[in-house]
Design a protein around this ligand. Structure first.
Ligand code: ATP
Ligand code: ATP
Ligand code: MG
Ligand code: MG
Ligand code: MG
Ligand code: MG
Ligand code: MG
Length: 280
């Protein structure tokens, strides 16, 4: 299509492809959520409703972007892992990053009232986002271990901190001072001896964060109805298969759903049971 004499300005747009054959991890993080959580009276240390809202937005992202094979969330952040061979938007970084971040944000706002029904949203929340490329499965595993270890460290600190404030009557300044220099075992001890809280019995959601993963639905079908909004159909090779694709209709197809867990992803067990995540 012939352009106008102005069309040359397009040449100033530079390509931004992400290196092929690498694992993309896209992480979003709430902008100034310390303030947002205070302004909207989130329960401390963990407002479960706000975490469920984050999970909902992440699930919406995974239902839209089938190349995402794993997501991990804690606090105001979520990390999304794309399969190694993902080729969406020709791997253009800005296109992927902005589309995912804005979809997450709009879902967060769209669904806010379902989770925080007694708390009207006072202003527009926003999320920052980045994409980091990792060259090998072992670094990807270390990335997710890093985030889940962070969940544990932050949650242990926050749990003791808010016990000291809300049950122990300390000011926030005093509570920070009490905790300064303490190691993990001392925090467990304060929780148990002063407040009767056994940290390991707290909800797994708070201690382990949220893991979203695609699981195959056991009753694999030859052909079937159109997938539900929260379900995808793929061939056993993982290639996307449209319902109208005649070739794909002859093959057995595997339905998948996005499942939410709050379990350990640092050890081998999760990865051994989900070897497809790091396969391609
Ligand atoms: P930045 O814009 O740099 O990310 P931030 O204020 O969002 O700044 P973070 O380090 O991202 O800071 O921390 C997010 C903060 O949001 C937490 O420290 C906590 O105070 C609050 N927060 C997020 N989710 C929850 C929740 N479910 N319940 C209670 N507080 C929460
Ligand atoms: P991409 O995701 O690549 O941007 P797109 O479908 O959004 O694809 P665009 O080139 O951005 O394609 O064009 C946006 C299209 O949206 C327009 O061509 C038009 O069809 C439609 N559109 C946007 N705003 C309006 C509007 N105010 N009234 C009617 N149609 C609109
Ligand atoms: Mg941040
Ligand atoms: Mg933040
Ligand atoms: Mg954060
Ligand atoms: Mg347009
Ligand atoms: Mg457009």
């Amino acid at each position: 299509m012939a352009g106008s004499k102005f069309a040359y300005v397009r040449n100033f747009e530079l390509p931004d492809p992400l290196l092929p054959g690498t694992f993309m991890v896209l992480r979003i993080d709430g902008h100034a959520f310390h303030r947002l959580s205070e302004e909207h009276n989130f329960m401390k240390p963990n407002d479960e409703r706000a975490l469920q809202l984050m999970d909902h937005a992440a699930r919406d992202v995974m239902n839209e972007f089938k190349d995402i094979v794993l997501a991990f969330g804690e606090s105001d952040e979520y990390s999304f892992l794309f399969r190694r061979s993902a080729s969406l938007y020709n791997r253009r970084e800005a296109k992927i990053l902005t589309t995912v971040t804005s979809l997450f944000t709009s879902s967060y706002v769209f669904n806010w009232s379902k989770y925080l029904s007694d708390t009207p949203l006072k202003y527009c929340p926003s999320f920052d986002g980045r994409i980091v490329l990792y060259p090998s499965p072992s670094v990807v595993r270390d990335y997710f271990s890093w985030r889940q270890a962070d969940t544990h460290i932050n949650n242990l600190y926050n749990t003791v901190f808010w016990a000291l404030v809300l049950q122990g009557g300390q000011t926030t300044t005093e509570a920070h001072a009490t905790l300064r220099g303490t190691v993990s075992s001392q925090k467990h001890e304060i929780l148990f001896s002063r407040f009767g809280i056994n940290y390991n019995e707290l909800p797994a959601r708070f201690r382990k964060g949220s893991v979203l993963v695609r699981e195959e639905v056991s009753d694999a079908v030859e052909t079937g109805d159109a997938p539900q909004a929260d379900q995808a159909i793929s061939t056993p090779t993982g290639e996307p298969a449209s319902v109208s694709d005649k070739k794909a209709q002859k093959k057995p197809r595997v339905r998948t759903t996005v499942e939410l867990y709050h379990f350990d992803i640092i050890g081998d067990e999760f990865w051994d049971g989900h070897s497809n995540i790091l396969a391609d």
